[in-house]
Unconditional design. Structure first.
Length: 44
């Protein structure tokens, strides 16, 4: 994560960082369904 302005507790943030790559394709698919985006852009 680039920052933690939401002040997510470190334990929960680390868990999210483990889970997101596992469900990446599902997350992208749901994002496209909701927002109709054909191209995903990521900022590091």
């Amino acid at each position: 994560m680039a920052n933690n302005n939401g002040r997510i507790p470190e334990k929960e943030l680390n868990r999210l960082l483990e889970i997101v790559p596992i469900y990446y394709l599902k997350i992208v698919s749901k994002w496209r369904e909701k927002y109709g985006e054909d191209e995903m852009k990521f900022y590091c």
